[in-house]
Design a protein around this ligand. Sequence first.
Ligand SMILES: Nc1ncnc2c1ncn2[C@@H]1O[C@H](COP(=O)(O)OP(=O)(O)O)[C@@H](O)[C@H]1O
Ligand SMILES: [Mg+2]
Length: 245
Amino acid sequence: MHTIVLATQKGGSGKSTLAIGLALAAKQAGFTVRLIETDPQGTLSNWQRRRNNDDLVVEPIYHAADIEPRLKMLADSGLQLAIVDTAAGLSAATTAAIRHSDLCLIPARPSVADIEATVSTLSVARAWKRPYSFVLNQTPIRGQRIDNAANTLAEEAALDLVEVLARPLIVMRNDHQDSLASGLAVSEFAPNGKSADEIRGLWRWIETRLELEATTNDLIDQVISAADGMVHAATELAADETLAS
Ligand SMILES: Nc1ncnc2c1ncn2[C@@H]1O[C@H](COP(=O)(O)OP(=O)(O)O)[C@@H](O)[C@H]1O
Ligand SMILES: [Mg+2]
């Protein structure tokens, strides 16, 4: 199971909107998906109630200690993707979710306040050695403001922009707000619109990133187990030689 967490201290940056949009995009791409709500404000639960359709389960988990065991149960049950929406600020639940994630997505509008608010989330992801990416959300269609924001984020992470900034950028459009209001995801509300296109594109970018991480982790596991095997063989050889002498 892949676990994605949407987190940043700043409210209104688009955590819940992106969680819902990505959940439906992933579902339409063939994944089994569950939305996990750790924000007591209940944006996802309220959206679910408006939806009148239980095809996408929203599961509230508000206590930090419940997050790891519940994610493990969902993984054991064969679920393919858990998307965790978190509250503004940096709660114990958010930290626990980041700690057990495969990818931490940090949304930011192209504004100084939003970018500054990513710092604490970034440090939690780094402390637990979790992969992360920024998602620039509610951007104008084009302009210097976006380039400045993207460059500041790359500087903050001290990493190459290609690696750290998810693509495409998500433009500010009414479809996102209207879909949320009607209990739909943007790819259901206006499937042929530009916003739906961007969210599907963002999901594809995330999928590639998750696969890369999984392959890297597999390779690391293989190298570690090969090294373990060699150490074991060498130890046995040394023991045999001691016996023989
Ligand atoms: N790309 C976007 N275009 C237009 N409105 C957006 C976009 N992303 C989010 N919004 C709107 O901004 C507001 C805050 O988004 P929300 O997802 O609730 O943020 P958060 O969960 O980070 O507090 C909501 O009204 C939402 O509909
Ligand atoms: Mg929210």
